[in-house]
Design a protein around this ligand. Structure first.
Ligand code: FAD
Ligand code: NAD
Length: 480
């Protein structure tokens, strides 16, 4: 092939960097719109979510949840018995969910939707240009950064020699450590404490704040802390790690209280950083290693001609797979419309605006009890200066919950905007609460008036009857 032919071959309509769930979805959308699309991946097609995050973590958590569900119903309890999960079988099931860390299945899918794959580390090299090893790719319409995030480990004395786990090792470990210390009480810390304690580790959860899950309603963190303690986790709020030491044996984790914790492994679950270093951002006037600001059509702000997009974790809007995939659908539609010279109206809630990122982000934390939330918490509504009312109800007191599990314990809250009596947010905590969430997501997204929610009748006897109780409480008990 002549040099000219090679150059033409490496010109695409759209170049996507990173084949995690968000990159795959952008590429799928632009290819479906008839745009010649290439995706570049430096590790495994499927990204963090498929191999070291969502999928393996949920695979580790689910068997213990199933066993607890059986044990919480008289009649089934007697058959389920007292034994813990079979750790080897749980790890083997996890391995099968991650395809033994091989990406053949996802590569075939890319092929089936007409997206070309280039393996290697991509770097920007000026406007619309991307370099991958020897290959130089050029984009006619858009380059989309979908590079995800990585775990942040704080720089503490002795941390490197302690060989700490991050979320990667915590989701991929092949052996159950006898003792596991976890630093950080966010979502990863809480879920991994639940998972590894169910697999037989003696877990100590160290957190600086009062309770786990500090961004959620306080009752959520309190109920999760109770659940973890009942599962045998040593939950220690209000402590900071000051240093670590490790020789050939266990690791010693020193605390500001003067105490220390001895463990076989230590996991740092202390937040994420964007994978935007070593990406050539400086060649297009952006700061290397920074989170990338985007508009609602996911275009990076401050880049002339609007050819650069960023979808998923590195735009820092919501570090969640489903939200990144939503952004991918929006960005894909906007890229295709702009490429076709069609007008892109990015009015809120239109096809080219990721408006839900600002108003209705759902999340489920798969601990015992589960936490399911969408929209604003009461504290966030307060901080946003909204006139709101928080309505609380004991989730365990609805008939559906009593039938679902003996002694069902849980709590629900809805946050109502008093300006127009529509939902701003909702949180449900309890066994299986994740499955309650989507009705709330629809109510918050569609801004359904409370008066109309009265007509949305929950089936009897399901846990969804909580909606009726929350609405009755809102109607019958005037705000304090
Ligand atoms: C332990 C854990 C559990 C989680 N559980 C959930 C959950 O249950 N539900 C949920 O919604 N979210 C969950 N998350 C969050 C979720 O994993 C992320 O939000 C999601 O993976 C983001 O997708 P992404 O496509 O933006 O990035 P990623 O999945 O990180 O994919 C990015 C891809 O880009 C590639 N890449 C990076 N730089 C380059 C480059 N320069 N060149 C080429 N390729 C590159 C990477 O190799 C990677 O494959 C969890 C996170 C963690 C850590
Ligand atoms: N089920 C899910 O939806 C799910 C599961 C896991 C992760 N995720 C996503 O992944 C992202 C990352 O999760 P994460 O738990 O790593 O981050 P996070 O930001 O949720 O929590 C990190 C916690 O570590 C604490 N921390 C930071 N530095 C510390 C230090 N030096 N010492 C002690 N504590 C420290 C922070 O105060 C915070 O509470 C989250 O944004 C979450 O949305 C989602």
């Amino acid at each position: 092939m002549s040099d000219d032919a090679n150059a033409a071959h490496d010109t695409y309509d759209v170049i996507v960097i990173g084949a995690g769930p968000t990159g795959e979805n952008v590429a799928d959308r632009t290819a479906a719109a008839g745009l010649r699309t290439v995706i570049v991946e430096s590790e495994l097609v499927g990204g963090e979510c498929s191999y070291w995050a969502c999928i393996p973590s949920k695979a580790l958590l689910r068997p213990a949840a199933a066993l607890r569900a059986a044990r919480s119903v008289e009649g089934a309890r007697q058959v389920a018995g007292e034994r813990p999960v079979d750790a080897a079988a749980v790890l083997a099931r996890r391995d099968s969910f991650v395809g033994d860390w091989r990406d053949d299945g996802q590569v075939s899918w890319l092929d089936s939707v007409g997206v070309e794959l280039v393996r290697g580390h991509a770097r920007l090299d000026g406007p619309r240009r991307v370099v991958v090893g020897e290959r130089r790719l050029t984009a006619r319409h858009a380059v989309v950064v979908c590079t995800g995030s990585r775990a942040v480990v704080p720089e503490l004395p002795g941390v490197a020699a302690a060989r700490p786990w991050t979320s990667r090792e915590a989701t991929a470990a092949k052996q159950v450590p006898g003792r596991l210390a976890i630093v950080g009480g966010g979502v990863v810390g809480a879920e991994m404490a639940a998972a590894w304690s169910s697999l037989g580790s003696r877990v100590t959860l160290l957190m600086r704040g009062e309770r786990p899950l500090p961004r959620m309603e306080p009752f959520a963190g309190d109920l999760v802390a109770d659940g973890l303690r009942e599962a045998g986790v040593d939950v220690r709020p209000g402590v900071s790690v000051t240093g670590l030491s490790r020789g050939d044996g266990p690791v010693e984790v020193a605390l500001d209280s003067g105490d220390s914790v001895t463990a076989d492994e230590v996991l740092f679950a202390t937040g994420r950083a964007p994978r935007t270093d070593d990406l050539g951002l400086e060649t297009v006037g952006l700061e290397s290693g920074s989170w990338l600001d985007v508009d609602d059509s996911l275009r990076v702000t401050g880049v002339p001609d609007g050819w650069l997009y960023c979808v998923g974790d590195p735009n820092h809007r919501a570090l969640l797979t489903h939200q990144g995939k939503y952004q991918a659908r929006i960005a894909g539609a906007a890229i295709a419309a702009r490429a076709a010279g069609e007008p892109v109206d990015d009015t809120a809630w239109g096809p080219f605006a990721a408006t839900a990122d600002h108003a209705a982000v759902p999340q489920v934390v798969f601990t015992e009890p589960e936490v399911a939330s969408v929209g604003l918490t009461a504290a966030a509504a307060e901080a946003a200066g909204r006139r709101y009312r928080a309505v609380d109800y004991d989730l365990g007191s609805v008939s559906g919950a009593a039938l679902y599990a003996d002694g069902y314990r849980g709590q629900a809250r809805m946050v109502v905007d008093l300006a127009d009596e529509r939902l701003l947010g909702a949180t449900f905590v309890g066994p299986g609460a994740g499955e309650l969430l989507h009705a709330a997501t629809i109510a918050v997204t569609a801004r359904v008036p409370v008066s109309r929610l009265w007509h949305a009748v929950p089936a009897f006897p399901t846990v969804n009857e909580i909606w009726l109780r929350l609405l009755e409480t809102y109607r019958d008990q005037p705000a304090a």
